[in-house]
Design a protein around this ligand. Structure first.
Ligand code: NI
Length: 164
């Protein structure tokens, strides 16, 4: 898991300064019309980190893991990241992920095959969950970035979405 841990640290190291530079008004606006703002996306990624933290640790301690899924829209609504400070969100998200990278690096090799069921999903292994965690994180970060690149290409550098 050392390699996955290093990749996670690399992704956070690359994204964190870019997120910190985001103009504060931009962090509140929907990234796409009707969708989540950057604050809500980071709030969602903090949920993902905390849920996966518990999955990883429990799966490493148990023979198998049955863990509830999480309702992403409900989680964001209840926690109201929209009203939280952007710096706080980014700092927590970055620090939580750096700690998770440490946890991932220490997951015992012998437990990577632990069968895990999340909500009503198919049975997967702890190894899969850890790799899938990074895939999900990268998916959301790419979504923010590619949108910006695309808007710049079409000459919309000053459009409301262009500050990721
Ligand atoms: Ni997601």
């Amino acid at each position: 898991m050392k390699e996955l841990s290093q990749k996670l640290l690399g992704v956070i190291g690359e994204a964190e300064p870019r997120l910190r530079k985001t103009n504060s008004a931009e962090t509140m606006k929907p990234v796409l019309a009707g969708g989540w703002s950057r604050k809500q996306v980071i709030g969602h990624l903090i949920d993902s980190a905390s849920n996966n933290h518990q999955r990883f640790v429990r799966a490493a301690l148990q023979e198998s893991l049955d863990f509830p899924g999480y309702e992403q829209d409900g989680c964001v609504r209840v926690q109201a990241p929209q009203e939280a400070d952007w710096e706080l969100l980014v700092s927590l998200w970055a620090a939580y992920n750096r700690y998770l990278a440490h946890v991932i690096a220490h997951l015992p090799e012998s437990k990577l095959g632990t069968p895990c069921r999340i909500g009503t999903g198919e049975e997967v292994t702890l190894d899969f969950l850890a790799k899938d965690y990074l895939r999900h994180l990268v998916h959301h970060l790419r979504h923010l970035r590619h949108l910006v690149h695309h808007l710049r290409q079409i000459g919309a550098a000053d459009a409301e979405y262009a500050s990721a």
